[in-house]
Design a protein around this ligand. Structure first.
Ligand code: ADP
Length: 432
């Protein structure tokens, strides 16, 4: 079992053997982007992590680079960085396998019992799915809502299918899936109903793999069954979202049809009056593509302060820069608004507020600002415990007597993908 993490108990039989777990079997988690493939290997039996890496700048053959880290018994992980001219995702995947073959284990390819793919948008799919032609076609359909993510995910899937062949099951784990339990009053927009029925325009929510993982970890920390756990999970990174969870199931979340809605983010504006978009296009003459770039890539902390990195914003605010102070205040205000709103959505029956991701796991300052003057809502934070909870530590930072716990939980989306992949593959093997 991994220290401090929930026991998983979902070991998977090795390839072609439905009977028992094997020390040799591995699960490979793949997150394919437009010019990158992130990968992480887990041992199926214990879900302990092995080598991990990033193949970056795929297609730019002069500059593409494979960076990897391989754990060493009792020592620091060994780091690798190598320029390899990969022209596409298939070549990059083959290169990753050769790298593992040379530096990790020459039997690795034959030990892979399952591959789990991170997929950003899965429309209304609510569970991880074995990659069948129907599922691939759904990922293609969802590309209209995630044009920057789903097409490269498909490249990663095709590459892995070629490399491992049909005998290794591959699973799609969707960022949207956890939010499928939202009721219609959370996910339908106030538009003509036809927009939802005929055009699938609705709120889907994202970061679902992270929110699901945080709920499971929070339940373990609280000593409760997941099905009895009510929490507000705050995934605060460059992309940020909040989820309201009742009885372990998502009932509302801040991101919408795309990840643009909700909190103020590194480069995304979050919630905005839609009339602003019309004004930008009609009065300022920006095209649809230019408006998309403005809202998704040039807004948020970047647009307000000149930096999308909250550390730089905090530094600027500390030096008295007014715009940085405004960016920090707006970021905090928006998270507080969502926590307040979700307290109401959950009828005040909240066990814990959970902080995670780059900002949530590392910034005691931001956590403190978000939670200050919330005693009337039952939330308070212990100053020392908050200050100590940095650098990827799981911690309960609640103040003495607080009715609602405040937890810091490092997220681990890859582990969750490995876990969900193995559960599905094992279930399919038993059913066969
Ligand atoms: P993503 O996965 O969405 O790219 P991360 O979860 O890695 O993002 O989070 C990145 C964000 O975390 C950046 O805005 C960075 O400034 C912020 N961050 C990391 N460490 C700290 C810190 N100590 N204080 C404040 N912000 C931090």
């Amino acid at each position: 079992m991994l220290a401090g993490k929930v026991p998983v108990g979902s070991a998977v039989p090795p390839r072609n053997t439905a009977a028992s777990g094997s020390k040799g079997s591995k699960v490979l988690v793949v997150n394919a982007g437009s010019s990158s493939i992130k990968f992480k290997i887990f041992t199926a039996e214990t879900l302990s992590p092995g080598a991990a890496g990033l193949f970056d700048r795929i297609g730019d053959t002069a500059n593409c680079v494979l960076k990897a880290s391989v754990p060493e018994d009792g020592g620091k992980p060994k780091k690798f960085e190598k320029k390899i001219p990969a022209k596409d995702h298939l070549t990059a995947m083959q290169d990753i396998m050769s790298f593992i073959d040379e530096n990790v284990s020459s039997t690795f390819a034959s030990e892979v019992c399952a591959v789990g793919h991170r997929i950003v948008h899965g429309l209304d799919i609510s569970q991880p799915k074995l990659l069948t032609p129907d599922v691939i076609s759904c990922i293609q359909d969802a590309s209209v809502f995630a044009p920057l993510h789903n097409p490269p995910h498909l490249q990663g899937i095709y590459a892995a299918q070629k490399v491992f062949g049909p005998s290794v099951p591959q699973v799609a784990v969707f960022d949207t899936a956890f939010h499928q339990t939202m009721p219609p009053e959370s996910y339908v927009y106030g538009l003509p109903y036809d927009m939802y029925e005929n055009h699938k325009i609705r709120r889907y929510g994202f970061h679902g793999t992270s929110h699901k993982y945080l709920v499971e970890q929070a339940a373990a920390m609280l000593g409760k069954d997941v099905s009895q756990t009510n929490v507000i999970t705050c995934h605060l990174g460059n992309g940020s979202s909040v989820a309201a969870v009742r009885g372990g199931q998502c009932v509302d979340t801040s991101m919408g049809m795309t990840p643009l809605e909700g909190l103020l983010m590194g480069t995304r504006c979050g919630d905005i009056d839609p009339a602003v978009v019309l004004y930008i296009q009609n009065q300022l003459g920006l095209s649809a593509t230019e408006t998309d770039t403005l809202l998704n890539k040039k807004s948020g902390l970047l647009g307000l302060t000149g930096s999308n990195d909250l550390r730089t914003v905090i530094e600027g605010a500390g030096k008295g820069e007014a715009r940085s102070q405004l960016g920090l205040d707006m970021f905090v205000r928006r998270v507080r608004k969502y926590i307040g709103a979700y307290m109401a959505v959950l009828d005040g029956q909240v066990d814990a507020v959970v902080f995670s991701a780059g900002i949530g796991e590392n910034s005691a300052l931001v956590r403190g600002l978000i939670c200050e003057r919330m005693q009337a809502l039952g939330i308070s934070v212990d100053k020392d415990a908050n200050a100590a909870a940095v650098g990827g530590k799981q911690a309960d930072i609640s103040g003495p007597g607080a009715r609602i716990r405040t937890l810091v939980i490092p997220t681990d989306e890859e582990l969750s993908i490995a876990q969900q992949t193995l559960q599905l593959v094992r279930g399919a093997a038993l059913a066969a």
